[in-house]
Design a protein around this ligand. Structure first.
Ligand SMILES: [Fe+2]
Length: 251
């Protein structure tokens, strides 16, 4: 090797060392940046919406809805709707002053940038907040004005059960089946996809069957029909009948 070739080879070696050092330095810098957060994580908003407590013990309906499902459904899924709704309305004081029912009933008034979040997360919060108090121990069948209205519209309680069950079983994917009071004051059965609320249609819910798999998969696996059948034994008919009488007055 002559002197000229030796200098050229050393130069190339030096360049390679510098390039490698550069890569190490950049990699180390990247790792350091990844290890040290740029700033402290923002605290998630805890309001204005809050998770309502279950009005009974988690195992109160264990014959129909197991306690583990109730914990997951209430503490995780419903809580997540509340948390994401709070995150969506943060920085929007014009909507944060309204109830979730007012928001989902008037989605067109919600700022477009958060309308989908309010529809989905607010709908989830509103639907579940409605649902929990309709469950529990209290009566085996509708009473009073509700019983009369069901007989008028569906011939019998079993007629309602058949039609509402079929609607619930027929929901494609995740959603809800409802018994509602229409703006005309009649009882109607309808379904909504995802977490859409009957309130958005101007309807007042009387009963709702949550057919998201999170409501039944642990106990019933993929057998939605078995879960829907059990649902009718888990309804607090006394509470639902009383609520119906109140709702009917407001129509
Ligand atoms: Fe649910």
């Amino acid at each position: 090797m002559n002197r000229r070739m030796a200098i050229k080879q050393m130069s190339g070696l030096a360049s390679a060392v510098v390039f490698a050092a550069s890569r190490v330095s950049r990699a180390a810098g990247f790792q350091a940046a990844a290890a040290a957060p740029a700033s402290a994580p923002a605290t998630a908003p805890t309001g204005p919406f809050t998770l309502p407590a279950l009005p009974y013990a988690y195992d109160a309906l264990a014959d129909y809805f197991d306690a583990e499902t109730m914990h997951l459904h209430h503490d995780k899924h419903h809580q997540a709707y509340v948390d994401k709704l709070n995150a969506a309305v943060a920085g929007h004081p014009e909507v944060a002053g309204k109830t979730v029912e007012e928001l989902v009933a008037n989605l067109s008034t919600v700022p477009e940038s958060i309308r989908t979040a309010v529809r989905n997360q607010g709908g989830g919060h509103a639907n579940h907040s409605f649902w929990w108090p309709t469950l529990g121990k209290g009566g085996a069948a509708p009473t009073g004005e509700l019983a009369k209205a069901i007989d008028t519209r569906f011939s019998s309680f079993s007629g309602l059960q058949d039609k509402l069950s079929a609607a619930a079983i027929g929901v494609f994917g995740s959603g809800w089946a409802w018994l509602v009071i229409s703006p005309a004051g009649t009882l109607e059965i309808e379904t909504t996809p995802n977490q859409d609320s009957p309130l958005a249609l101007g309807h007042k819910p009387v009963l709702g069957i949550d057919v998201w798999e999170h409501a039944y998969y642990l106990k019933y696996k993929n057998k939605r029909a078995d879960y829907v059948k059990a649902y009718f034994s888990a309804v607090n008919w006394d509470a639902v009948s009383a609520k119906f009488a109140d709702s009917k007055k407001a129509v």
